[in-house]
Design a protein around this ligand. Structure first.
Ligand code: SF4
Length: 351
């Protein structure tokens, strides 16, 4: 498939003229900052990432500070961003950069991919932004832009097609770009996907590629990208034992694998009967409003049961402790648990 003419030149010029220039992680060649923003931006909107990014940098200004911090501190700052494996890998990666690379990130995409939690596209972004490497990013947004631009109709559920699209992305790169050109080109791909060639309503009339876009010429933009395999979401119910007493809540650390790994949560039971059986004889438990929690591969229905009692509940995670509510909210909590606990912090607890 021949690349459309002058794609790279147009993209660079468009980015400089009309792209985004005010994102807090732009204008730096510091791989720590670029890496942090790229990891946060996976699965999370720019508007949300802005605040988290600022807070993270304030607390962990460089890779040394992050590596030295306890994992709990990192998880607590990440709380609410979701996809917590990102935070665990971030911490692990910082330690590898310090331990194996003397605190310096590798300077090319291939070596960057060897680090924990850094995939091909993130590695390419760091290499292009920080070291001017001629390498293309190919995340979900970019795949969408390129499949439309090239009218690439192969099924991206197939690894072979993804690899082929990555090669096509490489072929579109500018011939011998300067480092600033690679920055503008890479940012341009991101900007085009985020602001013009959007998933639901692409703004073809405002697109700098309109006259060379094959999907647009065919009048079939909606056909691209093709991805047949839908992520099957398994439905599960979890019964949460929210035991509170004297301004404290019983929390335990989740195991190191699985959903909510290493976050703090109330005991989780697989059935109502198991939850009730875990209570001391005579303890009163009251069911609360169910909460929906959608994850990539699972849809959880969380069924909270409230208990106001000083009894120590049966633990289902790794250990457990009474935690004052104000402290609990500063821990790494799953978002729905935070939502359940927040109202308690705002009002006096029943004893
Ligand atoms: Fe996307 Fe439309 Fe631009 Fe093609 S013309 S790249 S479909 S916004």
């Amino acid at each position: 498939m021949r690349p459309p003419p002058a794609f790279a030149e147009r993209l660079i010029a468009w980015q400089r003229r009309a792209g985004r220039h005010d994102l807090p992680w732009q204008g730096t060649r510091d791989p720590y900052r670029v890496w942090l923003s790229e990891i946060m931006l996976q699965q999370t909107q720019v508007a949300t990432v802005r605040d988290y990014y600022a807070r993270f940098l304030q607390r962990f200004p460089d890779v040394f500070a992050l590596a030295q911090a306890p994992l709990d501190d990192v998880m607590a700052l990440w709380s609410g961003l979701g996809y917590y494996s990102r935070a665990r890998n971030l911490h692990r990666c910082a330690r590898v950069v310090i331990g194996d690379h003397g605190g310096q990130f590798p300077t090319n995409a291939l070596a960057l991919q060897e680090l924990p939690g850094i995939g091909a596209s993130t590695a390419a972004a760091i290499a292009a932004f920080c070291f001017g490497e001629r390498v293309s990013i190919a995340d979900g947004n970019v795949r969408r832009v390129l499949t439309r631009l090239l009218a690439y109709g192969e099924d991206l559920a197939q690894t072979k097609a993804v690899r082929e699209l990555e090669q096509l992305a490489q072929a579109l790169l500018p011939d011998a770009p300067s480092a600033p050109d690679m920055v503008a080109y890479t940012q341009g791909l991101m900007d085009l996907g985020a602001t013009v060639c959007t998933r639901a309503r692409p703004l073809c009339g405002e697109c700098p590629m309109q006259d060379i876009c094959r999907g647009h010429a065919l009048g079939e933009v909606g056909r691209f990208p093709l991805k047949t395999r839908k992520t099957a979401r398994r439905f599960e119910r979890w019964w949460l034992l929210l035991q509170v007493h004297a301004g404290q809540v019983w929390l335990e650390r989740r195991p190191s694998n699985g959903i909510w790994a290493q976050l703090y949560a109330p005991p989780v039971h697989g059935s109502e009967a198991a939850l009730l059986a875990s209570l001391a004889p005579g303890t009163q438990a009251t069911p609360g409003e169910p909460v929906k929690h959608a994850l990539t591969h699972r849809e959880l229905q969380l069924l909270p049961w409230w208990v106001h009692s000083p009894e120590v509940p049966v633990t289902t995670g790794t250990g457990g402790a009474w935690v004052p509510l104000s402290k609990a909210l500063a821990l790494g909590l799953p978002a729905p648990v935070r939502l359940l606990l927040q109202p308690l912090a705002d009002q006096p607890l029943p004893q």
